[in-house]
Design a protein around this ligand. Sequence first.
Ligand SMILES: [Cu+2]
Length: 637
Amino acid sequence: MTVRSATRDGDGVPAPGPSHPLRRLGADEIRRARTVLAERGLVGEHTRFTYLGLEEPPKWEVLSFRNGDPLERRVRAILLDTATGAATDVVASLSRGTVDSQVVIDTARDGQPPIVLEDLTAVDEIVKGDGGWRAAMARRGVTDLDLVRPCPLSAGSFGVPGEEGRRMLRVLSFVQHHEKDHPWAHPVDGLVAYVDLVERRVVRLVDEALLPVPPEEGNFDDPAAVGPARTSLKPIEITQPEGPSFTLDGDEVSWEGWRLRIGFDAREGLTLHQISLWDRAIVYRASIAEMVVPYADPSPARFWQNYFDAGEYNLGQQVNSLMLGCDCLGEIRYLDVVLPTGDGEPREVANAICIHEEDVGVAWKHSDLFTGSAETRRQRRLVISTFLAIGNYDYGFYWYLYLDGTIELEVKATGVVFTSSYVEGSRWATQLAPGLGGPYHQHMFSARLDMTVDGVDNAVDEVQLERLPMGPDNPYGNAFTRRVTRLTRESEGARTADASVGRAWHVVNPTSTNRLGQPVAYALYPQEAPLLAADPGAAISRRAAFATRHLWVTRYHPAQRYAAGDLPNQHPGGAGLPAYVAADRGIDGCDIVLWHTFGMTHFPRPEDWPVMPVAHCGFVLRPVGFFDRNPILDLPR
Ligand SMILES: [Cu+2]
């Protein structure tokens, strides 16, 4: 919540009250939220806070906020009674001590609350207590159950009889040879337990194939296995003797004309708010609104593998503490993060957000033939990043702000691939090590970009190359031009990228023009990677419909926050973006939100084993006519 060196709660100094409507929830506020809900009888012996976060005020309230204005602080909580499976979606006011809304969730229709940390322990106890599962493990030669790691995997929604409205997980298991042995090297395949978390029992066991458990270890952190570390790398030291050029005031960062506010949410992780450059607004809120990892294997033990890491697993809860010199290099400022536990108490993650400044090579350069002038300026970027470990995978989210007005998100995927037994000739996996498979899968992210380019009234132009046939207008055949198409309604805003014509989407402000009379714009340069690979009839295509388009444009609505809907866990599908755009609202010259799908289609390589070198994906936003000319002529030599 605070800068490492600043005063913290518990020092005997009263924590300052919130100074801004978007200030991150503090430990005291999380405690207060629990108290308010408990006083209303909403917190019983078996109640778990599967989500608790700041309920941000609507945009118009935040934009009209002035320092010193009275603030109302509200939270949203998704409460689960683990004994009954009953779930409640609550909004409470911390300022007034009231519950403002309380909705009982129809879990069969609206989806289940997210999976929580203690479900890991629950599935361990449940499957190990099941005679059928133990017998199936024994048939695979696995009898020492202390070294078996069952995983709580989201169940999806496949119309399996009896699952509707029931809180389910599916469980695949991995074996360790000893406590420090990474289990991912030894998947137990062909066997999956369907677990009811409320009844706490295995309701179905799918035992479809007796496959050998791959024996080779994958202990990348064991020097004996890896061999001695190389000694040829000489030190690289980054020094900023006068300190960094940015300043940090609570959650607000200022750097070279940029100003923004940093947020952090248990579900979305890092969020950026009110990004402006030279006091001109650009983005009101930027977040990862969902991400899903669908797998390709149609076998009875694996066809259901689709993990919504944000909506089902609360991505933000998995944030790491970063280490100076390893995760971040240079003159670093860290922010700590306060998150709710399942009991609704605060827990602090130190050094969760890293902020630093990087040199990134040449910004602009020219050596002139006629004048003899030779000028070069160097580019820098401000980096705001976090790393999250979600089961086997690790994701880094790196937001970059550049001196020239470019905004970039880079996602770094690393960690360990989810493994299987490798069956010779498999069409669904690569062999990574003897008998070990790396199943094919996709990582699909939805970035929600709530734009405010020079104000809230924006529009989107699709801009692309247009090839022209030879003819009276084009007698030599060399002509090509730029085609600009305004997207006027939400039904027109669902678009795919096209690298063959360099398709980009310009967020323009029709009422704000540059010195040339052009409307100012920021362009989204999408990542032109494959969209969702599943058949349109597949369950995942309904549940992750956001991933069937690279772009969606919606009219701003404060409740429309998540690309796959509020509760994707076991949701039958259709929520989120397809529901948001069903009204087909106008999007031309009003308050709009862009949603960009990007990601990776991952055919694992042998080099991805036993730990995967970072793979990258992401997108870029750049000014187009937002400035009157190159805005960084004033960089010093
Ligand atoms: Cu992958």
